[in-house]
Design a protein around this ligand. Structure first.
Ligand SMILES: [Zn+2]
Length: 86
């Protein structure tokens, strides 16, 4: 996984760091909380659109997070802006 070092930085520091593909700083992450108390993590680069999805255990405290419901609402909004079918 090319995002491995970034994943470790998010867990330890809450910082994504440079994209491992294009070296851009235009990166971000979001933990998504599942109803069972566990969660997953999405990491992406806003410049080259490379991304990684990680199924993981309970997200660390003080990290950006949203519920699955919020994540689905954001996905619908992104698709609406791109005029994609919902
Ligand atoms: Zn990139």
């Amino acid at each position: 996984m090319k995002w491995r070092d970034n994943l470790l930085r998010i867990v330890n520091e809450g910082i994504v760091g440079k994209c491992p593909f294009c070296k851009s700083d235009n990166t971000d992450y979001m933990y998504i909380d599942h109803e069972n108390g566990r969660g997953c993590l999405d990491i992406w680069c806003g410049s080259c659109n490379e991304n990684e999805h990680v199924d993981c255990a309970t997200p660390p405290a003080n990290r950006k997070r949203m519920t699955m419901k919020q994540a689905l609402a954001e996905e619908r909004e992104r698709n609406r802006k791109k005029n994609l079918a919902i």
